[in-house]
Unconditional design. Structure first.
Length: 182
């Protein structure tokens, strides 16, 4: 006769939150095959050592958050790779006008020279594309956020450069600059 205090039945595992797939994957076969307590039914009972069950639960509890974060990271990166970046298409004069207005909102006084206007056009377009930053939601620093931000940054600046060829040099400069500033 087996001591049921040191064993857990398949039904007991289900009450503990285990699925049949988890049992197969984490525990494999039962430690003991027995018979149910009801003599009339004589249903076979699969029993698993409690110590082995608890050890598998500890391992699962310690690795589950990491695996969830890793799956989330992979899903975000996959989405970032295929998500189309839709750059607003504006006539050059309208883009310049909006960039100047944006500059006034953000910085107040104008930067001098044509280079300043080009920088503000790229800044304006990047700001207009901030909605794509929501794709990064749910990623923490430990789950590959920096990698995802880098991928998004590259895709956005490449899309701006493709849509507005006269801004390509500034976009390339921003991609070379790790801070992406000025």
């Amino acid at each position: 006769m087996t001591d049921r205090a040191v064993f857990v039945s398949l039904e007991g595992l289900r009450r503990r939150g285990w699925s049949d797939g988890m049992v197969r994957e984490l525990l494999g076969g039962p430690d003991v095959r027995g018979w149910g307590l009801r003599q009339a039914s004589r249903v076979p009972v699969l029993l698993y050592q409690l110590a082995r069950v608890e050890a598998a639960e500890r391992v699962r509890a310690s690795t589950a958050p990491r695996l969830t974060a890793q799956r989330r990271r992979q899903a975000v990166l996959a989405t970032l790779r295929v998500q189309p970046i839709r750059v607003p298409m504006l006539p050059r004069a309208e883009l310049e006008r909006r960039a100047v207005l944006y500059r006034r909102q953000v910085a107040g006084e104008a930067e001098q020279g044509a280079g300043g206007l080009v920088r503000w056009q790229v800044r304006y377009l990047r700001q207009a594309l901030r909605s794509y930053d929501a794709l990064l939601d749910g990623l923490g620093a430990a789950t590959g956020r920096a990698e995802a931000e880098r991928l998004l940054r590259h895709r956005v600046y490449r899309a701006i450069a493709q849509a507005y060829p006269w801004l390509a040099e500034e976009c390339a400069r921003r991609l070379r600059d790790p801070g992406g500033r000025r």
